[in-house]
Design a protein around this ligand. Sequence first.
Ligand code: DDH
Length: 290
Amino acid sequence: IVHMAQEIKDKSEKDYQEVYNAIAVKLREEDEFDGYIGYGPVLTRLAWHSSGTWDKNNNTGGSFGGTYQFQKESNDPSNKGLHNGAEFLAPIHKQFPWLSHGDLYTLGGVVAIQELQGPVIPWRPGRVDLPEDMTPDNGRLPDAVYGADYVRNFFKRLDLNDQEVVALMGAHCLGRTHLQNTGFDGPWGAASNTFTNEFFLNLLNENWKLEKNEAKNMQWNSPKGYMMLPTDHALIEDDKYMAYVKLYATNNDKFFEDFAKAFKKLLEGGITFPQSTPTYRFETLDSQGL
Ligand code: DDH
């Protein structure tokens, strides 16, 4: 199957920047969510999970069809907690009903990362809502209990290589794990709503101990109260992954550059864009003086 992005002829960069701003203002206003972490991390995870169902082998799933809007996908046990992100975005969709769900979910992640001081993520519009029967089956999102071989193999289906995987995992600088969602507990670091390379610094510098949590899952804990999933810690157990962990821990600019490319690629898995599709680079509220 080919998923050809739609040419949105009657909208310009200004229209999309307006949507960006509406999401960003709401993000700034509703700052009390999740113990004052705010909605940025959950919006980032929603963008990733609505894209991470893609299978390059038959071009099913992915962000194109916006199928997270259907219960079959939003009720996937892997998506527990993401309804908070979807509910946050619902009034935005009401305000801009011309936006497809796939564009909405992916743009939400772009806004979150940029407003939390991360890199500019170049973004292209034109995803088209698909019918409910094209919703991918549950079980396409990764399980946190495994090691490096599992992670490497998982991301092949999304056409992402070692370097891209390590860069993407740096998004775990944001937010936290919630016992009631996934059976893991705690944040990855100190700055849960600022996008930095802290994830890599903590992986290398904290004193990690493998412990059983309240839900009886094994996770890595540090004396500072930070945590790592088994799949996170796997990045320092594997030589090839470790090289990139060291690179991104010492070079934040390189992390930002590689993350932006990999996140764009993740959000566009399986989509064919016509030559005429513009690439937007949105301004943050800060840079607009708002
Ligand atoms: Fe993740 N992630 N993630 N993750 N993720 C969780 C939270 C967040 C895995 C497991 C978990 C990525 C990759 C992986 C974010 C972004 C990204 C939680 C906890 C688990 C578990 C959720 C909860 O309890 O509420 C696994 C496994 C992988 C893997 O690929 C091996 C990627 C690629 C991204 C990305 O955005 C590029 C973010 C942000 C969060 C924080 C959410 C929140 O509510 O806070």
